[in-house]
Design a protein around this ligand. Structure first.
Ligand SMILES: *Cc1c(COP(=O)(O)O)cnc(C)c1O
Length: 389
């Protein structure tokens, strides 16, 4: 066997024996995985707006693209779906290219309030020669300061107000934001990367698309898909511009196997999304409460979270160490988290683990220096993927 096959087998075995609490990740169903490793993985297809395809042998791959677009439109109730982008980041590039010109201004939630790093400084703004400013935000209550946003918008006259966070626990007042945007002729873009599965499952920000011009995000965080991006709109002209800005601008090949796998994931979401997403949200609110009962400090008491994420407080530092240390202690025991104090319930819910009191207790024990490896292994052994056919 090759070194790589061996390493991949080891990785699979390792991750199958751990509990994954990373908010940006999820597991794929066997049906989605199967499609990912199909013949499509090495094919091209380029359907232009005119309908012309520069490649041959595409009779099924063209249909696969159409079908996946239709499923995503149905799921989000949108008129148009751009499914080709290979990540939430690229979907955001496409959306920004389609709504902004050089030198123009945009507003986005600041990084220190949980906003996405890519929207500031040397990243997307520098690449596209645009300016980004922070949306006034109250980190304590996790709320936009709407009156201040109104003032800032009048001052800087943004072309785009870009919503969404990587640390994302509470939805926005979309109607208010739309009014503020309309007053200064700004487009509203909603980056739902973290919560696309919760929106599809009707548990978070149900008016995300209703009051925005573009709803975009990742297809693999709370959504059931392989890693990829999606951008939805009801605006015909924007849909054409996004299509134009995808092929040969931000990308060439769009990975047909991924598109097909996304379609299978969308079918799963249509059937099981609501049940799954409501359990995810229940679990995170419950986990917040249970962690506090075990004297691990969690932000935003008493509601903790309306999404799939729970945020640890830095006040834990004295007793348990910083976020890196906490993550390392948990990882030694087979519980995987990121190194930023974020705990996610999407993947554990997908595999049917809903005992948040037990989980909080395990986390407390691991952080207190107890060896709980075998308990975690035993729990993981009895779990298997749910919400699939
Ligand atoms: C994860 C994330 C992205 C990037 O998504 P990828 O799919 O990794 O490209 C963009 N925006 C937000 C808010 C995110 O959390």
């Amino acid at each position: 066997m090759s070194i790589l096959n061996d390493l991949v087998n080891k990785h699979n075995f390792y991750r199958e024996s751990t509990l994954n609490l990373q908010a940006s990740e999820n597991v794929l169903s066997p049906a989605v995985r199967e499609v990912l490793s199909s013949d499509l993985a090495s094919r091209y297809s380029h359907v232009m707006d005119s309908g012309f395809n520069g490649y041959g042998g595409c009779r099924y791959s063209e249909e696969i693209l159409k079908e996946t677009e239709n499923l995503m439109k149905k799921l989000y109730g949108s008129k148009y779906a751009e499914v080709k982008t290979i990540g939430g980041h690229v979907a955001a590039e496409v959306a920004i290219l389609s709504t902004m010109n050089r030198k123009e201004n945009m507003l986005a939630i600041g990084e220190n309030c949980g906003g996405y790093t890519g929207y500031f400084g040397n990243y997307i703004p520098s690449m596209f020669s645009i300016n980004s400013y922070e949306i006034p935000y109250d980190a304590e209550d996790q709320e936009i300061k709407y009156d201040e946003l109104e003032k800032v918008s009048k001052n800087i006259n943004p072309s785009v107000i870009l919503l969404g966070q990587s640390f994302f626990v509470k939805p926005y007042d979309m109607k208010r934001i739309r009014e503020i945007g309309d007053d200064c002729n700004a487009r509203i873009i909603y980056d739902g990367s973290h919560v696309m599965g919760l929106i599809a499952g009707k548990q978070f920000q149900q008016d995300a698309l209703k009051y925005s011009d573009i709803l975009l995000g990742s297809t693999h965080k709370t959504f059931f898909g392989p890693q990829g991006g999606i951008a939805l709109t009801n605006d015909e002209e924007l849909s054409h511009r996004m299509s134009f800005n995808t092929v040969w601008k931000t990308m060439d090949n769009y990975h047909l196997n991924r598109i097909a796998a996304l379609g299978v994931a969308a079918e799963e979401m249509l059937q099981f999304g609501e049940e799954y997403a409501s359990q995810v949200c229940k679990n995170s609110a419950q986990l917040g409460k249970a962690l506090e009962e075990h004297r691990i400090k969690v932000k935003y008491s008493p509601w903790y979270s309306y999404s799939h994420q729970v945020h640890l407080s830095r006040e834990n530092e004295n007793e348990f160490g910083d976020f890196l240390k906490i993550s390392q202690k948990l990882e030694e025991n087979g519980i995987i988290t990121d190194r930023e104090g974020r705990i996610g319930t999407a993947e554990i819910t997908r595999i049917g683990y809903n005992d948040m009191d037990e989980l909080a207790n395990l986390i407390k024990e691991a952080l207190s220096g107890k060896d709980i490896k075998s308990e975690v292994k035993a729990i993981r052994k009895n779990l298997k993927i749910k919400y699939n056919r």
